[in-house]
Ligand binder design. Structure first.
Ligand SMILES: NC(=O)c1ccc[n+]([C@@H]2O[C@H](COP(=O)([O-])OP(=O)(O)OC[C@H]3O[C@@H](n4cnc5c(N)ncnc54)[C@H](OP(=O)(O)O)[C@@H]3O)[C@@H](O)[C@H]2O)c1
Length: 242
């Protein structure tokens, strides 16, 4: 069997573009989806043996466990995990005074963007440990950078990505002695349902960049630099400030 990768939120947007990129490179791709996606079905028609859609809602522990069991039945090891699933809830432009803090968008954003990846890492750790590459990629955002923060709103999304960045650093500290490489990658501003039509990049360009950063990560030595520099990167491999 070739190299294996699990991508969450693979039914559309950057997750779908990453799926296509890894399939074209010959990877066996487990595509985490919440519901049937005709776009994934189309890919499956083209790559019937390489692509396996897997039901996966990262907010539900039972769903994450079931996905791990399902994938374990199909492969002895997973080389790469890409935590891509994410949400942007609420209105970008709303100032603090107008925010509805009772509508649950803060909690739901954290559930998907910050806690979701931790659930997935926990349940897939045995399969990843059985792999030789041991790569964990969290698709984060420049919005999660505290050092470079310019925003005056967007609390839920920016806070969830800052939390994801912290998670990435803790996982790096915990897992690098076991040979894991853990990175947080900002995909750029991408034309997806989340990024909108005005965004800079098409999903394929972002996915190709992320693919290349992952290949570089596989090839490099894992070292912890001062302040964790080099763990938080963009899709072109540029180091971002925490
Ligand atoms: N687009 C950008 O400009 C941009 C910039 C910075 C960072 N990002 C990050 O890049 C990642 C992908 O974003 P995107 O632009 O591709 O967004 P998108 O087009 O809105 O797609 C989001 C994906 O996440 C999935 N998802 C949402 N909630 C989920 C859950 N509870 N469990 C499993 N999957 C779930 C969605 O599945 P369904 O189809 O089932 O809803 C969908 O596949 C996100 O983490 C996002 O924060 C994007």
């Amino acid at each position: 069997m070739g190299e294996t990768v699990l991508i969450t939120g693979a039914g559309r947007g950057i997750g779908l573009a990453l799926t296509k990129e890894f399939l074209a490179a010959g990877y066996r791709v487990f595509a985490g989806i919440r519901k049937t996606s005709h776009l994934i079905e189309k890919e499956q028609g083209q790559y019937p043996t390489l692509l396996s859609p897997i039901p996966l809602d990262v907010t539900e522990m039972a769903s994450v466990r079931a996905a791990a069991a399902k994938i374990s039945a199909q492969t002895p090891a997973l080389e790469i995990l890409i935590n891509n699933a994410g949400v942007y809830l609420g209105d970008k432009t709303q100032p603090l005074e107008e925010l509805d803090l009772e509508d649950n968008h803060l909690q739901q954003t954290m559930e998907v963007n910050a806690f979701g990846p931790l659930r997935v890492v926990q349940q897939f750790l045995p399969l990843l440990t059985a792999g030789r590459k041991r790569i964990i990629i969290n698709i984060s955002s420049e919005a999660g950078s505290i050092g470079d923060c310019w925003r005056k709103q967007e609390y839920a999304y920016a806070m969830s990505k800052a939390a994801l960045n912290m998670q990435t650093r803790i996982l790096h500290n915990y897992l690098s002695p076991r040979g894991f490489k853990v990175k947080a990658i900002h995909p750029g501003w991408v034309r997806t349902d989340m990024g909108g039509k005005e965004a800079d990049l098409d999903p394929a360009t972002s996915a190709e960049g992320i693919f290349n950063v992952i290949q570089k990560t596989i090839a490099e030595e894992s070292v912890t630099k001062d302040g964790g520099e080099g763990i938080f990167l963009d899709y072109q491999g540029k180091i971002l400030r925490w």
